[in-house]
Design a protein around this ligand. Structure first.
Ligand code: AMP
Length: 191
């Protein structure tokens, strides 16, 4: 059976940290679109150059470009048993494209865990991450744009998945270990 998990959460909710941990606890590869874009950026590919113009501003890379990149990644053999999607989909168009893509693979989304964290805590965490990791898009202005993009483009997906009966909320304000344990439980139930 294939297990495709869509990990949802606002910027700073801990998606990346948790997806890396779930990769180990569940044995499914993490497919993080932000990481894929950053790898392209580092290797100075055409895709990376294009993505940079959006990432630097905190805006979303166009859907066609993002979906094509995900399609390519999910077609690789390590994703045959499924994957943990981190940072994708971020728009309704991407979510619909993902449904179609998975249908081609005779698969479906197994569950959509949502790491729930209060807005004030998010802003605090992102500011801290900016200090520690020095991510280029973690400055005050891009953080503000990314939050706004999340609110207007990505948050509506919570309803999209809720209506499909796939959304499961997890308290993201617990310790990192506790969040991992909850998420592992949620996914193992559907594996
Ligand atoms: P992340 O590491 O997930 O915070 O992503 C960093 C940046 O990469 C985002 O601010 C966007 O510019 C871009 N990006 C990542 N995932 C997507 C996506 N699914 N759709 C569009 N742009 C994305």
């Amino acid at each position: 059976m294939k297990t495709f998990v869509v990990l949802m959460g606002a910027p700073g909710a801990g998606k990346g940290t948790q997806a890396k941990r779930l990769q180990v606890s569940l044995g499914l590869p993490q497919v993080a679109t932000g990481d894929l874009f950053r790898a392209n950026l580092k290797n100075e590919t055409a895709l990376g150059k294009l993505a940079r113009t959006y990432m630097d501003k905190g805006e979303l890379v166009p859907d066609e470009v993002t979906v094509a990149m995900v399609q390519d990644r999910l077609s690789q053999s390590d994703c045959e048993g499924g994957a943990i999607l981190d940072g994708f989909p971020r728009t309704t168009a991407q979510a619909e494209a993902l449904d179609e893509l998975l249908e081609e693979f005779s698969a479906k989304i197994a569950v959509v865990p949502f790491i729930d964290v209060n807005q004030d805590v998010l802003v605090e965490r992102l500011a801290k991450r900016a200090e520690i990791e020095g991510r280029a898009d973690d400055n005050e202005e891009t953080i503000r744009v990314r939050m706004e993009v999340y609110r207007s483009e990505t948050a509506p997906l919570l309803n999209y998945y809720k209506e499909k009966g796939l959304l499961v909320k997890v308290n993201g304000e617990q310790s990192i270990d506790e969040v991992t344990a909850d998420l592992t439980n949620v996914v193992q139930k559907v594996m």
